[in-house]
Design a protein around this ligand. Structure first.
Ligand code: ZN
Length: 419
């Protein structure tokens, strides 16, 4: 099947080039040609999508989401009343909302079993392309150990999600192997404490250097990379020394950590919007007080850390930790990165070419060159001039995934069309 998407213009985030009167031709889900209509022969049998009034660009990539979390805060009583199957089914509306916000490919940073990815691939429900970490591994009492003081754990046990709690080098090797067996594309480690966990602090390192190294080795042996939830300075440095590929959150980067990242070409995934949502949920009474306090305490340090990373030229891949905040609100992160000094073009690249390269979709996602996934979004204007066009789900008028239209607000698009 061949689809031809016609737009007023086509934006390539890599080059910042805006091509007027553009078309993207997609055959069997893959881009076969894209560019100015005058230069591209559209096959006679192609199904046309007339996205007049819209600027086309590649679908967006989010490097850090949690589709299994609802994103409406934490209510401990509600968690106790949630059966494991319902936790998994949270991923259905989450996946749809993510896709409809223009995010056609995401990396799930833990909690979502591989079956969710398989279900989307089989068309059971709409959702973005997925790479999954399946679980996030932490030490006893660490970020993913959700035992509370009373002794009850609030992480529901699922048969195909290995236990997230692991201590020691050999158990770590085994748990990484089990996680890969459970379908992990990426491994996720928690090398520091966190905001949303009951028993740790964001500024404390967790897991030993040896444990992290063992995980990186085991992952690499089977062609996987490791992402590290790393907020504490020492936790960030341990992760970098051990060879993790991406630093998630990075609340306390310093000059040395930045240098280590630059030297090894490692990426930071800031998730600036996550502490903001912790505070917002707290204001609605949907966040335990200890988490709200930690969220408020890290907020400014986090911003200063990410600002330093931007100024220093660290590779920054777009990521939101959505699941803390509501699914589909991912784009707000663009505005926060921009506020801290990132240019609009770099913001757009962080969610296209950079995220695709970092997560493992280089040349397939974040671009509409030949051979890329046929994932196209359309917005009413040039996002290089107005980031709001990609920052809010309702501004993303057209979403095409693999050549199939999944969202098309034609009336709205035409109403907003520049005459
Ligand atoms: Zn996360």
């Amino acid at each position: 099947m061949i689809t031809a998407v016609f737009g007023d213009a086509l934006l390539d985030p890599a080059t910042e080039q805006l091509t007027p009167r553009a078309v993207v031709v997609i055959e069997d889900g893959v881009v076969v040609a894209s560019g100015a209509r005058d230069h591209i022969g559209v096959p006679a049998g192609a199904t046309p999508i007339d996205a007049g009034g819209l600027t086309l660009m590649p679908g967006l990539v989010d490097s850090h989401v949690h589709l299994r979390s609802r994103g409406n805060g934490r209510d401990l009583a509600e968690q106790l009343a949630t059966p494991p199957s319902l936790w998994v089914l949270n991923a259905v509306p989450a996946a749809r909302a993510t896709l409809e916000a223009g995010f056609t490919a995401v990396r799930d940073a833990g909690g979502t079993p591989a079956g969710v990815k398989m279900a989307i691939e089989r068309g059971y429900f709409p959702g973005p392309r997925l790479k999954v970490a399946v679980t996030g591994l932490s030490q006893t009492g660490g970020h993913t150990d959700s035992h509370f003081a009373c002794g009850v754990s609030l992480t529901p046990a699922l048969p195909d999600v290995p236990s997230p709690v692991v201590d020691g080098v050999d158990p770590m090797r085994k748990r990484v192997r089990e996680t890969i067996r459970a379908g992990a594309d990426w491994l996720k480690l928690c090398t520091s404490g966190a905001v949303l966990s009951p028993n740790d602090m964001p500024h404390h390192p967790t897991l030993t250097l040896e444990e992290i190294r063992a995980a990186v080795e085991e992952a690499a042996a089977q062609g996987r990379k490791v992402m590290a939830h790393a907020q504490a300075n020492t936790g960030i440095k341990n992760a970098l020394r051990a060879g993790v590929a991406t630093i998630e959150h990075g609340i306390w980067l310093d000059g040395d950590a930045i240098e280590m990242m630059l030297d090894a070409g490692r990426a930071l995934i800031p998730t600036l919007v996550a502490p903001l949502w912790v505070i917002r949920h707290a204001e609605q009474g949907r966040m335990p007080s200890w988490a709200a306090e930690k969220g408020r305490a890290v907020f400014e340090d986090h911003r200063a850390s990410v600002r330093l990373a931007i100024e220093s030229g660290v590779k920054i891949a777009f990521g939101t930790d959505t699941g803390v905040g509501p699914h589909g609100s991912n784009g707000e992160e663009f505005m926060l990165m921009h506020e801290l000094g990132m240019s609009t073009a770099d913001c757009l690249r962080s969610a296209t070419t950079v995220a695709a390269e970092v997560v493992g979709w280089e040349g397939r996602a974040g671009t509409l060159t030949q051979g890329a996934f046929g994932d196209v979004i359309g917005v009413a204007g040039n996002p290089l001039e107005d980031l709001e066009l990609v920052a809010r789900a309702e501004n993303v008028r057209l979403v095409v995934k693999g050549g199939q239209v999944v969202k098309w607000e034609e009336q709205v698009a035409r109403g907003a069309s520049p005459a």
